[in-house]
Design a protein around this ligand. Structure first.
Ligand SMILES: *Cc1c(COP(=O)(O)O)cnc(C)c1O
Length: 364
């Protein structure tokens, strides 16, 4: 039997009744943009993230770019970003008109290395945008210390880490503001695009509510040159149906991850390492091996889905060609070694055993 990398239909089947009821509620309401569903989801997700405010937006990329714009970060400003991330982190900085400045990761966790931040700071640095990559919180304690010393904003890219905790606190409440994505495959996924910002900064929240809606808080009165970037009522209803199960879904991912770590522990692989104080939510199960092509071929032959997160480092993408990037050997090495195995709340430990057996065979 084949095992796809991620089966969205199966994932959402667990919430089928609640999702259909939510969508029916929106249809019956006759109100489709910025209504009660979005307002309720914003309250519920803010509470979940232990943050004062949540502002729904169109997607994760917009969430990050709008935070930067609301803080007035743009042309001539630099933002420190991980060298190893999904390109949306970098594109958010570029979309705001600012310059992404890559900082290498700690090779053990693949998350931005706080010890390397200071060397990248210049007089024009305005913010740090750590990513809680693969669902594991970045090392926020030392990172926040550096930010405080240099007067920098900290904007969490929490697109892969809904529900993760760092020293007991949820991501989304650790920095000045955070961007979330509800792309269908994320730990909390919609049935289309969606995103949100969480923050404890009252002034920022008020500004973002206007920015996302044509710079307006009163209909046809426009206080700033805003954009149209709204979470819609349908997606909010889907997210409300799934949010109550997020902790249980993340617990199931944790069990699957633990089963993988146990089943693969004696193999010559780089297994994911969990840092002190971090409680990951295992958005992805990423192993590292120099024999990646052999493992990929064996998984494909066995009908097991796999992906690479990410095959080309951001600074080597054509989108960022022609700029003088510093050497980024860690990101450049990782792109040839990393391999993501299937992980999802619906998986069984038997599934894990099957995948592990194929990996073991490929490496023998
Ligand atoms: C998914 C993702 C985003 C962007 O989210 P979209 O909703 O697809 O725009 C940003 N950063 C990271 C790390 C992501 O994984």
């Amino acid at each position: 039997m084949s095992l796809p990398f991620l089966d969205l239909k199966r994932l959402n089947a667990a919430h089928d009744e609640a999702i259909r009821a939510g969508i029916a509620r929106v249809i019956d309401s006759g109100w489709y943009i910025l209504g009660e569903e979005v307002a309720a989801f914003e309250r519920e997700f803010a509470a979940y993230c232990q943050a004062r405010h949540c502002i729904g937006v169109a997607d994760g990329l917009d969430a990050l770019a709008l935070i930067l714009k609301a803080y007035g970060i743009g042309e001539g400003d630099e933002v420190l970003v991980p060298s190893n991330t999904f390109i949306a982190t970098w594109l958010a900085v570029s979309q705001a008109g600012a310059t992404p400045v890559p900082v290498e990761p700690d090779p053990r966790t693949h998350n931005i290395d706080p010890a390397r931040l200071e060397a990248a700071i210049t007089p024009t640095t305005r913010a740090i945008m750590p990513v809680h990559l693969y669902g594991q919180p970045a090392d926020m304690g030392p990172l926040l210390d550096v930010a405080r010393r240099h007067g920098l904003k900290v904007i969490e890219d929490a697109a892969q880490a809904h529900g993760a905790r760092y020293r007991g606190r949820r991501v989304g409440s650790l920095g000045d503001a955070a961007g979330f994505s509800f792309y269908p495959g994320k730990n909390l996924g919609a049935m289309g695009d969606g995103g949100a910002i969480t923050t404890n900064d009252d002034a920022l929240a008020a500004k973002l509510r206007m920015l996302r809606n044509y710079g307006s808080s009163i209909k046809y009165k426009h206080e700033m040159a805003g954009v149209n970037s709204r979470l819609d009522e349908m997606q909010a209803a889907v997210l409300r149906a799934k949010l109550p199960s997020l902790d249980a879904d993340n617990a199931a991912r944790r069990r699957i991850a633990a089963a993988y770590l146990d089943a693969l522990k004696d193999l010559p692989l780089q297994l994911p390492q969990v840092a002190d104080g971090a409680e990951p939510v295992w958005h992805l199960m990423v192993i590292g091996t120099d024999k990646r092509p052999a493992v990929q071929a064996a998984l494909t032959a066995a009908g097991i889905g796999h992906l690479v997160h990410y095959p080309i480092a951001c600074h080597q993408q054509q989108a960022y060609a022609g700029q003088a990037w510093p050497p980024l050997p860690i990101a450049e090495a990782l792109q040839h070694q990393v391999l993501s195995l299937p992980i999802a709340p619906y998986m069984s430990t038997d599934d894990v055993a099957r995948v592990a057996a194929v990996v073991r065979q490929a490496l023998s």
